[in-house]
Design a protein around this ligand. Structure first.
Ligand code: FMN
Length: 224
């Protein structure tokens, strides 16, 4: 198995939304899912379930749902007029064009992985009231990111997406995801992740420098 250094994989795991036609070996997806399962979770509850979709008809139907969700979402976004400088507007346009491309082609991506989390009570109560120990999502997204970084190490591109949540009920009906006896959902979608070999190259995505958002020992003490 050809892989890359962990730090290189982390630095170059970014949203890949354009894929080549090269098929993905299901064994590679299983490797990424094993890496996902090693992620931490509160109390080690490991709440997530995965649905891997490779069947062309199911991908097409799910792709159509995603496309409908994305186009509704995009139409509600503020638009590039919201940016005061051209560089930011151009970056916004690139992300929008890539997101739209994914939305219009999701059904053709080699594989799609849905990360589901159960809708369950979370946290604990005592005589003093409810204790906030964080949200259940915090126990699912580490698995999603492990999956994406493992995929990157194997040369596979991914993108963490959530917009399909707009049509979660239809996605669950398509995939046979069970609901409760009263018809209410048992699960919610934490992420929909397309998987395939990138049409372009991996690279380090632009980000704020870590030093700009890091405080040492006391708020405001920054290493510049
Ligand atoms: C919680 C979350 C939800 C996201 N939802 C979507 C989505 O629905 N569709 C999409 O194309 N990208 C989605 N993204 C991807 C982000 O747009 C992407 O991570 C961000 O623009 C940085 O991209 P880069 O790593 O290529 O720079 C989502 C990312 C996160 C973390």
């Amino acid at each position: 198995m050809d892989t890359i250094d962990v730090i290189d994989a982390l630095m170059t795991t970014r949203a890949i939304r354009r894929f080549s036609d090269r098929p993905v070996d299901p064994a590679d997806i299983e490797t990424c899912l094993r890496a996902a399962q090693q992620a931490p979770s509160g109390g080690n509850v490991q709440p997530q379930q995965y649905v891997v979709i490779t069947d062309p008809d199911v991908k097409r139907s799910l792709g159509a749902l995603y496309q409908r969700a994305y186009h509704r979402y995009e139409a509600a976004l503020p638009g590039e007029a919201a940016f005061d400088d051209e560089a930011k507007a151009a970056a916004w346009r690139r992300t929008r064009d890539a997101s739209r491309h994914l939305a219009d082609h999701l059904g053709e991506v080699p594989a799609i992985v849905l990360f589901l989390q159960p809708i369950i009570p979370w946290g604990a109560d005592d005589a003093e009231g409810h204790m906030d120990i964080g949200r259940l999502d915090a126990s699912v997204y580490p698995a999603v990111q492990n999956f994406c970084v493992a995929a990157r190490a194997l040369g596979l591109g991914t993108a963490l997406t959530t917009v399909v949540r707009i049509h979660a009920a239809e996605a669950f009906a398509l995939l046979g995801v069970p609901s409760r006896a009263d018809g209410s959902p048992r699960f919610e979608i934490a992420a929909l992740v397309p998987v395939g070999y990138p049409a372009g190259n991996f690279g380090v995505a632009p980000r704020k420098p870590a030093a700009a958002v890091t405080h040492w020992d006391h708020w405001g003490n920054k290493h510049t």
